[in-house]
Structure formats: C-alpha cells, structure tokens
Ligand binder design. Sequence first.
Ligand code: ADP
Ligand code: MG
Length: 696
Amino acid sequence: MNQEITNVPAIFGSDVFNESVMKQRLEPQVFCAWKSCIEEGKPLELWVANAIAEAMKEWATEKGATHFTHWFQPMTGVTAEKHDSFITPTAGGKVIMEFSGKELVRGEPDASSFPSGGLRATFEARGYTAWDPTAFAFVKDGSLYIPTCFFSYTGAALDKKTPLLRSIDEVSREALRILRLFGDTETKRVTASVGPEQEYFLITKEDFAQREDLRLTGRTLFGAPAPKGQELDDHYFGSIRPRVAAYMKDLDESLWRLGILSKTKHNEVAPAQHEMAPIYTDANTACDNNQLVMEVMKKTAEKHGLVCLLHEKPFAGVNGSGKHDNWSLSTDTGKNLFKPGRTPSQNAQFLVFLSAFIKGVDEYQDWLRCTVASAGNDHRLGANEAPPAIISVFLGAELEAVVESIINGTNYTDIEKSVMRIGVDVLPSISKDTTDRNRTSPLAFTGNKFEFRMLGSSQSISGPNIALNTIMAEELKWFADQLEASTDFDTDLQKLICKALTEHKRIIFNGNGYDESWVKEAEARGLSNLRSTAECMPAYISQKNINLVTRHGIFTETEFRARYEIHLESYCKLLHIEAMTMIDMIRHQILPAASAYATTLCSTIVAKEAVPVSCRAEKALAAKISDTTDSLFDHCTALEELMEQLPQGAEAQSMYYCKSVLPAMEAARKDADLLETLTDKTYWPYPTYSDLLFYV
Ligand code: ADP
Ligand code: MG
C-alpha cells in the first residue's frame, strides 16, 4: 500500500506566524516590544507594527500568499474576510509587494451589510478592524489572515471577539485577587482555557445537491425514518470507514498546519456522524480555532466529494450535533484552579472557585441558557439526546458529599472527622474517573474542568465563553470584596463558602437529566425551564444581566441589546427560510411526485379492471396517497397563510414562529413523510434517509 507518511511535528503550525517564527524573523527589540504588548497590554508603537508587518509579508509571500485580509467575527456567527493584494505600483508599470504597519493594525471594511442590531445606522457604513496581537496570523488559500476585532465608528463592538477579550481580562483580574488572598504573589495572569469538541455529519455531495432543504437550510425538512437508525449502537466509536478515514486524515493535516491541536477523532452515535476534539488552549485562541475548524471541515469535505453538515439537527429521529465546551481557569504558572489540591489551603482555594462557579451558574442560569439558544439547537435541547433545557451543575458523588458536609456541618467521608473545616481539613481525593460520565448534565464537573454541553454544533463558542468568564468574574469579585475587608480570613472564608453553597445548592443535580421527574423537581426547586429560543430570549435583556455585563465592562447596554436584537432577528429569518423552503418543496416536488405516482396507479387500475384482474392493492394505495396528498395540500396552504400574517416586532414574531409556524411545519412534514413511504422510489424527488445516512 502506498501510504504517505505525515511528519506531524514538521507540518504542525507551519502556516502560522507564531511565536517561534516571530522570534526567528524579528529583530530582538521588535520581538520584545510585541511580547510586552501582549503580556502587559502595552500599546504597539508604529515602528514595531511596521517591522512586524514587513516580516509577516516576507514570510507569507514565501508561503505563496499574494493577499492579506483582516479576519473578523461579526455577529453572524461566521467569520468575515476581505482580501487586498500586497501589490504597490512602481515606475515602469511594475509592482512590488508591500505591507505596512498601518495596514496590519487597522482596517476599514465597509460594514453596512453586517448585522449591527441598531448599533450603526446604515448610512454610517464605516466599521473598523483592529489587529488582535494576542492571536497569531496565518496563511490560508493564498492569503495572510490577520485576526482582528471589529467595531463601529463610535467604538461599539460589532463582533464576537471584542467582548470575549474583555471577559478574559475581567476573569483574570478577579481571579488574581483571590489568588493574592491565598498568598500567591507569583501569578501574573489567569487564563480561561477552552477545549471545544465538535460534532458533524458527512453525506455525499450528490445527495446534498438533490435536497433543496439541505442546501438552503442545512437540515432536512422532510424525511421518513430509515428502516435502520442508531438503535444497534453500532456506529458510536465504530471502526471508521475508508472514505471517512481519508477525510479525517486530510482534515487533521489541514488543522495541524494551522496550528490547531486536533487530537481525537471518532464516529458518533448517529449514523454518518463524527467528532473531532482538539487539545484545549486559551479561550481566545480556542474561539478563533473553532471558527477555522468549522470552515476547514466544510472545505475538506468538498475535496472528498462529501458535504459536512454542522447543523444541530440535520435529521429528525437520530441524534443531532452539539459542541462540548470544556472550560477551566489556569494560572500562567501552570496551575489549574479547578483542580482539587492536596493541602488544606489549596482545598480552600479550590472551594472558592467551585462555589463561585455554582453560585454564578445558579444566579445567571437564564443568561447561560440564552447563549446556546438557536433555531437549530431548539431541536436538541430537552430531547432525549442532549442535555435538557434546564441548567444544572453535575458534581459527582464525592464532591457533592463535600458540599453537603460544608452546608450541614456533618461528616463527609471520614467518620473520624466531624465537620469539613475549610482551610484546615484535607479534601477527599477526587479522582477524575469517578466523576462519572453523566452525559445528561448540561454542566458537568469532569475532574479539573467544567464541560458545558448545551452548545449547538454550528454556533460560535464565543457567547457561552463570554458568559462563563463574566459570571465567574462576578462571583470571584463577590468573594474578593468581602475577604479583602476581612479581619478573620479563615472564619469568613468558611462562612462565605457555606453561604454560597447553601443558597445555590438547588442548581446541583447529579441525577438523570433526561428523566421526566427531573422537570418536575427542577420546577419545585425554582429553576428555569426555557424550552425554546423564543421563550428564553426575553430573559437575556433582564436588568440583572444588563447590570452584570455593564458592571464588568463586557458590553455597554447598547451593545448588549444589539446582540439580543440580532439573536432574535436571525432566529426569525432562519425560520422564515425554512418555512418558505418547505412550501417550495411541497409545491414543486412533493405534490407533483405523489400525484404522478397516483396517476400511474390509477392507469394501472383501469388497465387491470379491463382484463379483469384484482387491483385491490393499487386501489387502496391510490386512495391513501390521494387522501394524504389532499391533507398535505391543506397543510401547505395553511402554512402559506400563516406566513402572510407575520406579526410585527422581533419578540412577537419569534413567538409566532415558535408557537404557530413550527407546529404547522410539523403537520405538513408528517403528510409528506407518509407520502414518501407510500410512493414508488423512482418518483420520489429527493434522496431518503437511508440514502443519506448509510452511504458514505
Ligand atoms: P473527557 O474525557 O472528560 O471528555 P478529555 O481529556 O477527553 O476529557 O478532554 C475533552 C476535552 O477537554 C479536550 O478538548 C481537552 O483538551 C479538554 N480539556 C482537558 N482539560 C481541560 C482543561 N483544564 N480546561 C479546558 N479544557 C480541557
Ligand atoms: Mg467530553
């Protein structure tokens, strides 16, 4: 077999202008200036920017780049880029390749067509991009990509990166205050670490091309269940078929070149579903990287004659795709702040971080819920495949026992000890593996990190991480404000931890989140159960949330409200496209196919009756198809009428889509799927679930 050998260390990061390339290619004083800019947040002087730009251009052109682009993350959830070539005219009709510091640090794309949620009047088209020197530039498809922030003329953040960077700084600042209280004088910075596991589906390009719903909405709006689904559990971790393996190999190599730490790959629960998990990095890089991962996944699929579907629920009746956002805090000295320690003092510090997290998730559960809300994810959350729409925290038996003992002042594991005294007693050792795999929990503690499992597969991970960082900053501040003023540290620490855990214990749930009884219990505990995007979004702009984000400087109120507007707007737009696609497919594909087949059956009946021979089957079938066709026609007409009566206003409209349009779509789909099972396959206008899911 002619298997090419990949030299992974050689290709890893080869397309990234990373720290080692900078060290190699920049004058020492330039390199030092850049370093202190990122470490101490000092502004970059123009001469430094010029020198870096020159080195970047040299490096990028050696790699075949002819263009550069400021790469940013507008509020669409995907990335944006506009490419400029390096050419500058010189005498004699010739050009040279040039790139200045000014071009590196600042750009001015026409911003009028990006969603701004009213932050920028359309006539004020100017938007600016500014280089984020903490993220590395890279070369891709013949261009030098420069990660940037995107903001308006008035300085309002128009993107997903700017607030993320603010939240990263904020959580670092508050975490440092806690560390100082525990005598840590070394740590300079605390980093939010993130490892997002990405799920996806692969289908063939030919099948995709034949399905208008997949092309326009990313999911199948129709499709009867295939005879086989995921019931045999034969796909999860199953052996990877050659075509998929080739795709994954290619994907890995492309990601490695971009310096993305692609680590794990496997088949997922649903047929045709797979997953890639990278090794975690700092939150900013992780967000940039995840955007790239999604893009590279799609592009690589094309090369293999495949299409990568990132939609949260491309196929009804089989599992959808999500993203597990593994999140923790660590110091620049290499300590994970969610790792239970060995000494009483380390334990106490761990318990501050743990109880801050629990308190924060309880207080801001609605905000967290909103950050994962989307039309696509509404099909998953609360169904028996993904965490419920109710937010809760899973701690595992050992840690829950510790929490109980702090709250009740009772024994926890060791009969000898009476009370868990913070700062004095040692925690029981909490081994990573016994924090069992409660897959039903939305936020599970897995040994030294929390795994936020509600994210949708296609969404930017920036929103949820902004929320986690901000909430954590807020609660650490609550601890720090009081502890810094304390005259009896140990006693007050014990009191505060006990208070936080007692008051917010209701958010801790170790049981089965899929169980109906949990819904009732959660309600009794007073936890929110916001089932859909339309239902949860009003909570986004609650005064409590506005106060939180403005207090920490993550968003101005205007920026925050703008995100709310865009969130609801895109929900409505998406459902509009889905409903219109559905109507289109019914009218132009499904009704004609069903009628044509019914007509054939009727001709057969006429012919058979002339002989005569029995035509009981044809008659019964023709009757059923005709009845269902009528019903589908009625449902389609009803849907069309609904679409003509859309109410005004984002909130009312989103509720209308959720409560009226979606059920009408469901009803139409039911008829269409029944017709699919009744109609001769040669008449059916698009590939079925068996074709789509069991081919690649
Ligand atoms: P698990 O088996 O609990 O899911 P893994 O070790 O397989 O844990 O890691 C799953 C994901 O979590 C990976 O992306 C991994 O890099 C990431 N991860 C591991 N430790 C941390 C951490 N401290 N902070 C953030 N992410 C982490
Ligand atoms: Mg996991």
